[in-house]
Write a protein that binds this ligand. Structure first.
Ligand code: ARG
Length: 294
């Protein structure tokens, strides 16, 4: 079982729109239905709560239509001195104002906050690119997060960071290609990565459930979250469901297709803040970065 993923931050979609196009899914001519999106979001929230998770809700800024993808606000961690968030520094200017609301919200709830770059200056980092696995922080970089951010994360947090180069335009965040399930298992869509990174990731996960490019693109299956032994998924190919059930997981489907119009699914809508340094991430003096071979 995953030790983290019981406490989430979500942003209520009161101003969810597609105002610009920063990923291949977004088309300003294909707008979400506000009532349907709200219904899907509420179903996701109540599903998490029913499974024993806690959800804290942050208000959406009227001028930030993508803020609903709360995963990208920052990387939440429990550190020895208390809760902390490494704030995202969004690649695209259209999303940078989200940090101006998220930072005070976290600070008001007792989180210390830090940046690896901000306001367009310094390394970009989007938290949808980062996961703990095997005691290390695995980070996808390229389309959104800069390679330089990995060094800052490792040094600032004192952990081991392992980088994976993302090359697929439609899997522009690592959470569109990777979903840890427990200590040994993960959903992996290796076609998101360059060959060396794909190999490195498959070597690292003892029991990967590998999705083809078509399976992933048709289902957003890796953009799922795990609460205990239940995987909350937007959709699940039959073959994948069989393997998950064989492993003892239950699959719970929640339809969030309105949010696919912005290029995000269940994991993008939820941000876990209970990843714990010393439990989920092993402390490493001064930090360490491992990159795939070029
Ligand atoms: N429209 C958003 C963007 O392009 C979608 C974010 C999806 N979030 C995620 N964690 N993959 O930034």
């Amino acid at each position: 079982m995953l030790s983290w993923g019981r406490h989430y931050v979500m942003v209520e979609p009161t101003h969810f729109r597609v105002d610009y196009e920063i990923n291949p899914y977004m088309h300003v001519t294909d707008q979400p239905d506000p009532a349907l999106a709200m219904h899907e979001w509420q179903t996701l929230r109540s599903t998490i709560e029913r499974l024993g998770g806690r959800v804290d809700v942050l208000e959406q800024r009227p001028d930030a239509p993508d803020m609903v993808y709360a995963m990208n606000l920052g990387l939440g961690l429990v550190r020895p001195h208390g809760p902390h968030v490494v704030m995202s520094h969004m690649r695209y200017a259209q999303r940078r104002m989200e940090s101006a609301s998220a930072q005070p919200w976290f600070a008001g709830r007792g989180f210390t906050t830090s940046y690896v770059g901000r306001d367009g200056v310094g390394a970009h980092f989007e938290a949808g690119d980062a996961f703990p696995f095997g005691g290390e922080l695995l980070v996808g970089y390229g389309p959104r997060t800069d390679e330089l951010a990995l060094k800052h994360l490792a040094n600032d947090l004192g952990v081991s960071v392992r980088g994976f180069r993302i090359v697929h335009p439609s899997m522009y965040h690592f959470d569109l290609a990777f979903c840890p399930l427990d200590d040994r298992r993960a959903l992996v869509a290796p076609s998101a990565l360059d060959p060396a990174s794909a190999e490195a990731l498959l070597d690292l996960v003892p029991e990967p459930l590998v999705l083809t490019e078509d399976e992933e693109l048709a289902s957003f299956a890796t953009n799922s979250i795990v609460i205990g032994s239940t995987i909350v998924m937007p959709a699940c190919p039959d073959r994948v469901r069989e393997q998950l059930e064989d492993w003892g997981f239950a699959v719970e489907l929640v339809d969030v297709t309105e949010f696919h119009k912005g290029g995000g699914s269940i994991r993008c809508l939820t941000n876990p803040v209970d990843i714990t340094v010393g439990r989920d991430l092993a402390p490493v003096d001064g930090g360490r970065v491992t990159l795939p071979p070029v």
